[in-house]
Design a protein around this ligand. Structure first.
Ligand code: DGL
Length: 270
């Protein structure tokens, strides 16, 4: 019984950490497509093809269920994969519906018509590809009315995090928050719409100010995965072992992952 967790690089580790805490008995196989990160500057076909081949590798590792712990892949590839590619006995889930359900005060799978919600001004920080897809706004419009979303594409931030250059990453967060605030001076809530960004959550919160609620995905996704597995225990897959796979330099990726999660992580070549 193993579940796959996929990201272009290290960002999905923020989700992996939360799902492993929530479901300690489940082995997780993590796949980082580090050789092709960042995805956020690629076009939708490219993101689709890369995500399909990574997901296939996780199926081969004994996972019947794969979580795309990557908003860029969830936005640019997930729907097409579900419609045209995912085999009947497998499942692929994305990460932003649980977040939007939390923001719009909905229970899992509540498909009632859109309604007014408490937050009116929302800042979205995401990769250029996720912002371009408008997938957040589309999912939000299914659930809420009257919410003004201002999106800020955070160019360069994923590269800086992947390289472990936290000084550059901090400077980029502050300048992207400044740019957002020029368009929307008083957001009530901010969505960290890229799984790399929770690694910089304190800086986002500091730059936005204490009165802005910052939503990130990890715990929300963990809760919704636990709920999904309760209802679909057959999707646990036949794999028995946890593991970390990367298409990049395994030593370098392990070093950066260990630094981020503050525990020893060893990646193998995918
Ligand atoms: N962490 C990913 C996301 O949530 C991918 C970022 C990237 O590769 O550009 O969007």
């Amino acid at each position: 019984m193993a579940v796959g967790v996929f990201d272009s690089g290290l960002g999905g580790l923020t989700v992996l950490d939360a799902v492993s805490r929530r479901l300690p008995e489940v082995p997780f196989v993590y796949f980082a497509d580090s050789a092709h990160a960042p995805y956020g500057v690629r076009d939708a076909d490219d993101v689709y093809n890369l995500t399909v081949s990574a997901t296939e590798r996780l199926f081969d590792a004994g996972c019947d269920l794969v979580v795309l712990a990557c908003n860029t892949a969830s936005a640019a590839a997930l729907r097409r994969m579900q419609e045209a590619w995912v085999p009947r006995d497998k499942r692929v889930l994305g990460v932003f519906v649980p977040l939007i359900e939390a923001l719009t005060e909905r229970q899992w799978g509540d498909n009632s018509p859109p309604r007014e919600v408490a937050v009116k001004h929302v800042a979205l920080f995401a990769t250029p590809a996720t912002v371009r897809s408008r997938a957040f706004q589309r999912e939000l419009a299914f659930r809420a009315i009257g919410v003004d979303v201002e999106a800020q594409a955070c160019g360069g931030l994923v590269d800086a995090i992947e390289e472990g250059d936290m000084i550059l990453a901090e400077a980029l967060v502050r300048s992207h928050v400044d740019a957002l605030k020029r368009k929307m001076p008083d957001p009530q809530a901010a969505i960290l719409g890229c799984t790399h960004y929770p690694l910089m959550q304190e800086i986002f919160q500091d730059a936005l100010g204490a009165d802005v609620s910052v939503y990130s995905q990890a715990d929300l996704v963990a809760e919704s995965l636990a709920d999904y597995l309760k209802r679909h225990p057959d999707k646990l897959g036949h794999g028995q072992e946890s593991g970390f796979l990367t298409t990049g330099d395994a030593q370098k990726v392990s070093r950066h992952a260990t630094q981020f999660l503050r525990r020893k992580i060893s990646f193998d070549a995918a």
